[in-house]
Design a protein around this ligand. Structure first.
Ligand code: NAP
Length: 250
C-alpha cells in the first residue's frame, strides 16, 4: 500500500481522484482540504497561505510512510485580483503554497514522487517577476495561465534540487468542474461550453493510470511534462520563463 497526499480533494477532479483511490486497496489517501471535512485522514490547510501549507506538510511528514506520493491538485482561476498576505491568490495557491507544503515532506525523505496537476494553458502565460506575484498584471484570463506556467517551472526546478524524487507535471484534460466559474456573460458562456467537457471521473481514471506508471522522469533531476497520458517535450515557454520565475520567489 502506498500513501498518497492529495490537495484539492474537496471538489472537482480532486474529489473524483480521492474517490477512485479510496476504492483501491493499493492506496492510502491523505486528503488536504481548506475547511474541515468528513474525510478519513484529512489535514486542513489554506494553500494560499504558505505558513498554513508548511504546517500541513510538517504534520503529514510525521504520518506518511516512506515512498509516499504527493499530488498537487488544488487550483484556482480567479475572476478578479485578490491579495493573500500581499501575494495574488492564484500565484500563492499554485506556487507559494505547494512549495511550502512540500518542503518539509521532501526534507523528511518520505515522499518519493510528486505529481503536479498543471494546465496546458500554461503556454499562454507571460510571467513578469516585478508584477505577477502581486497581481499588478492581473487579467481574469491570463493570470491563471501565467501562474500555472510558474507552477510548472518551479516544480521543474524542484526536480533538479531533489534528484532522488520522481517529478511530473500533467495537463489533466478538459474537465467539467467549478474551476473559473464567474458571473456575467463570460460566466454564462463558460457554463454552456462546459456541458460538453469530460466528467471528473473520466479524468480521475486517467490520473490513476498515470500514477501506476512506475517512473515518470527520464533521469534523476528531471521532471516530465505530460499532456493527459502522453509525455511531451517541455514547451519553450517553460524554458523562457525559468529565470523570471526563480527571480520572483521570496
Ligand atoms: N477543470 C479543468 O478542465 C482543468 C484543466 C486543466 C488543469 N486543471 C487543474 O486541475 C486542478 C483541479 O481543478 P478542478 O477543475 O478540479 O477545480 P475545482 O473543481 O475548482 O477544485 C479546486 C480545488 O482546489 C482547492 N483549493 C483552491 N484554493 C485552495 C486553497 N487556497 N487552499 C486549499 N485548497 C484550495 C479547492 O478547495 P475548496 O473546496 O476549499 O475551494 C478545490 O478542492 C487545478 O490545479 C486546475 O488548475 C483543471
Amino acid at each position: 500500500m502506498t500513501d498518497l497526499i492529495l490537495t484539492g480533494a474537496s471538489r472537482g477532479i480532486g474529489a473524483a481522484l480521492a474517490a477512485a483511490l479510496a476504492a483501491d486497496p493499493a492506496w492510502r489517501v491523505f486528503p488536504v482540504v481548506r475547511t474541515a471535512a468528513d474525510l478519513p485522514r484529512a489535514t486542513t490547510a489554506d494553500l494560499a497561505q504558505p505558513a498554513s501549507a508548511r504546517a500541513a506538510g510538517e504534520a503529514l511528514a510525521a504520518q506518511v510512510e516512506p515512498g509516499a506520493v504527493l499530488v498537487h491538485m488544488a487550483g484556482v482561476w480567479p475572476a478578479r485580483r485578490e491579495l493573500v498576505d500581499g501575494f495574488e491568490r492564484a500565484y500563492a495557491t499554485h506556487c507559494l503554497g505547494p512549495l511550502a507544503l512540500q518542503a518539509p515532506l521532501l526534507a523528511s525523505g518520505r515522499v518519493a514522487r510528486v505529481l503536479v496537476i498543471g494546465a496546458g494553458l500554461m503556454v499562454k502565460g507571460r510571467f513578469r517577476p516585478d508584477r505577477t506575484p502581486t497581481g499588478a498584471d492581473f487579467s481574469s484570463v491570463r493570470t491563471y495561465c501565467t501562474t500555472k506556467l510558474a507552477q510548472a517551472v518551479v516544480m521543474r526546478a524542484e526536480a533538479r534540487r531533489w534528484p532522488s524524487v520522481d517529478f511530473a507535471v500533467v495537463h489533466p484534460g478538459v474537465v467539467q468542474t467549478d474551476l473559473g466559474d464567474r458571473g456575467g456573460p463570460l460566466g454564462w458562456l463558460l457554463r454552456r461550453v462546459k456541458r460538453s467537457w469530460e466528467a471528473p471521473e473520466v479524468c480521475a481514471a486517467r490520473l490513476v493510470r498515470l500514477l501506476a506508471v512506475p517512473r515518470w522522469a527520464p533521469a534523476p533531476g528531471e521532471a516530465t511534462w505530460y499532456f493527459e497520458e502522453e509525455a511531451q517535450p517541455w514547451p519553450p515557454q517553460a524554458d523562457a520563463a525559468a529565470a523570471a520565475v526563480a527571480e520572483a520567489l521570496p
